[in-house]
Structures are given as structure tokens and as C-alpha cells.
Design a protein around this ligand. Structure first.
Ligand SMILES: CC(C)(COP(=O)([O-])OP(=O)([O-])OC[C@H]1O[C@@H](n2cnc3c(N)ncnc32)[C@H](O)[C@@H]1OP(=O)([O-])[O-])[C@@H](O)C(=O)NCCC(=O)NCCSC(=O)C[C@@](C)(O)CC(=O)[O-]
Length: 279
């Protein structure tokens, strides 16, 4: 597979420009940052933003050498969830047309969930509704102390439907029910206690330092092995430990043992040298 991100270094805008809606920014260590760029709408996503995010996430499925993917909002807000102007327009459509439209969001979230690299949300400011859903759909989340969260859908007469599988997995059913039913706003420390956020930092500088440390840490690891390790969790969560699962786990380590990465990593350890990953 070749890296489909031909020219991934994109300057991150400091303006309120509404296009392009999503930027990919990458480093030689295999770290990619996906920026949601609708700061004038607090990075709320409409159909076009969802399509752009979906495309970015799909691109990362086939991108060789990508070890870690960060998701961040331009302008100090993570995301205010579904664009309510877009939702309002959808009121004129039939229920079936609304379902087809909502499937776009459901598929975008699944594409994020399925990225082989470790995905990390970097949350500053509001992450409301579907924005908090994006945080839950990532594997890991870091936040600044000013971050605030809400599953505010019920206050709008809606439900957090397409995001719910990821939120329930991250928070567990009891907390998810409470937060879904009240729509209450909660802060970064509360998000940490609920398991939606893994670490809280005083400010954006602390967030970026933690981001850099993670990039350095995963740069030592084989990118293909990271993808396979993450797939173990996605594929085996909740599975019964039966004969079929034992066979599957043995098949997965066998595949790694015969891989170039597996052979190079073990050889390098025994030869007391750093492994030379090809990417
Ligand atoms: C985010 C804060 C706290 C920031 O609060 P703030 O910092 O005080 O900023 P603000 O409220 O002044 O917002 C700045 C601008 O962004 C706009 N804006 C802001 N949010 C949206 C939005 N979602 N859609 C469209 N526009 C939005 C807002 O209208 C305003 O526009 P301006 O007046 O400058 O022209 C506040 O704006 C707010 O409460 N926004 C609504 C957040 C919300 O309830 N989101 C849930 C959306 S429903 C959803 O996500 C459904 C989904 C996806 O979960 C369904 C499913 O799971 O299937």
C-alpha cells in the first residue's frame, strides 16, 4: 500500500475561513492531525463537513506508516455537534430521507472508529452533542481545563442516536443514561471521572506538550503492529472466550510473527539495536 496522503502538510488557518472544512496535517513520525475548520460555527458539522471528515478518515484507513491520528477543532472549540441550521432544513424532509441523511453521520463515526492508528481527541472549549460523540468515538482523549461537554440533544427534542454506541462503550450504560436524559453540561474534570477524557491539562500548551510526547512514544513502535493491536480491542470486546476466539488470537499473533515488522522487532531486541521500521 502506498501513502495516499500525497502532500499532507497543510498550513492550519488562523482565520474564520469556512473552506476547506477539514485539514490534514502530518509529521514524519507518522502523526496526523485532522482539523475541523468551521470556527464561526464552533466547528458544528453539516452534511459537507461530515462528508469531508468521512473522506479524511477513509484516507487514513489506507495510509501506510500512520501511527497516531489527532482530532482537533480550529479556533479553540472542539465541536458544537450537528449544525442546527442543517437539522432545521431537514425538518421538511420525510423520515426516510432523514434516515438516509443521518446514515452519513453514522458512517463517518464508524470510519473514525475503524482507523487503524490510535485516535486521540484534543478537546478545548465546547464538545457538545455530536461533538462529544466524536470524542467518544476516538480511542483516547486529552482536554484542557476549559473544555465543557454536554449530550444536549434532549434539550433540543432530539436524541444522541448515531453517537450512542461509542458513548455507551466509553461511559457505560448508567452514566450514559444520566447524561443523555439530563443534557447537563459537565466540565473536563467530570469528563475525566466519567471516562470520556483520559487526561486534563491547564491550557493548550500542556495539551500540545502531551500530544508531542505521545507522538514520540508511538514513533518507537511498528505502525502495522499498532493497527493490529488496536484491531484486537475493536474485534474482541465483549466476545466470549471460547475455542473460536482462542484460534483467532493465535492466528493474529502468527500473522505478526511472520511479518517483516515482527521479525525485525524481535531480531533487533536480540541484537541489542533499535529496530529499523521501514516507515
Ligand atoms: C457550543 C456552545 C456551548 C458555544 O457557546 P458560545 O461559546 O457562547 O458560542 P455561541 O453560542 O455564541 O456560538 C457561536 C456561533 O456558533 C453558532 N453555533 C453554535 N453551535 C451551533 C450548532 N450546533 N449549529 C449551528 N450553529 C451553531 C451559534 O449560533 C453562533 O453563531 P452566530 O450567532 O455567531 O452567527 C453553544 O453555541 C451551544 O450550546 N451550541 C449548541 C450545541 C448543541 O446543542 N449541539 C447538539 C447538536 S444536536 C446533535 O449533535 C445531534 C447528534 C449528532 O448527536 C444526533 C445523533 O447522535 O444521531
Amino acid at each position: 500500500m502506498t501513502n495516499p496522503i500525497a502532500d499532507p502538510i497543510v498550513e492550519v488557518p488562523d482565520t474564520d475561513a469556512m473552506t476547506p472544512l477539514v485539514h490534514l496535517d502530518s509529521t514524519p513520525e507518522g502523526a496526523v492531525t485532522v482539523w475541523i475548520n468551521r470556527p464561526a460555527r464552533k466547528n458544528a458539522f453539516d452534511a459537507a463537513t461530515i462528508a469531508a471528515l468521512h473522506q479524511a478518515f477513509e484516507t487514513l484507513h489506507g495510509a501506510e506508516g500512520v501511527r497516531i491520528v489527532f482530532l482537533r477543532g480550529v479556533g479553540g472549540a472542539f465541536s458544537a455537534g450537528a449544525d442546527l441550521e442543517w437539522m432545521k432544513a431537514a425538518a421538511d424532509w420525510s423520515e426516510d430521507d432523514n434516515r438516509d441523511d443521518a446514515l452519513g453521520l453514522a458512517h463517518m463515526l464508524k470510519a473514525l472508529h475503524d482507523i487503524p492508528a490510535l485516535t486521540v481527541a484534543l478537546v478545548e472549549g465546547p464538545a457538545f452533542g455530536g461533538g462529544a460523540g466524536l470524542v467518544a468515538a476516538c480511542d483516547h482523549a486529552l482536554a484542557t481545563a476549559d473544555a465543557k461537554f454536554a449530550f444536549s440533544e434532549v434539550k433540543l427534542g432530539l436524541t444522541p442516536a448515531t453517537i450512542s454506541p461509542y458513548v455507551i462503550a466509553a461511559l457505560g450504560p448508567r452514566t450514559a443514561k444520566l447524561l443523555f436524559a439530563t443534557g447537563r453540561v459537565f466540565d473536563a474534570d467530570q469528563a475525566w471521572s466519567y471516562g470520556l477524557v483520559d487526561e486534563v491539562f491547564d491550557d493548550a500548551a500542556g495539551l500540545v506538550a502531551a500530544q508531542d510526547a505521545l507522538v514520540e512514544e508511538v514513533a518507537l513502535c511498528a505502525p502495522g503492529a499498532i493497527g493490529d493491536a488496536k484491531a484486537l480491542v475493536n474485534d474482541f470486546v465483549g466476545q466470549k472466550i471460547d475455542r473460536g476466539l482462542l484460534d483467532e488470537t493465535a492466528r493474529r499473533i502468527a500473522r505478526r510473527r511472520v511479518s517483516d515488522e515482527g521479525q525485525e522487532g524481535v531480531r533487533a531486541f536480540l541484537e541489542r539495536r533499535k529496530p529499523g521500521w521501514t516507515i
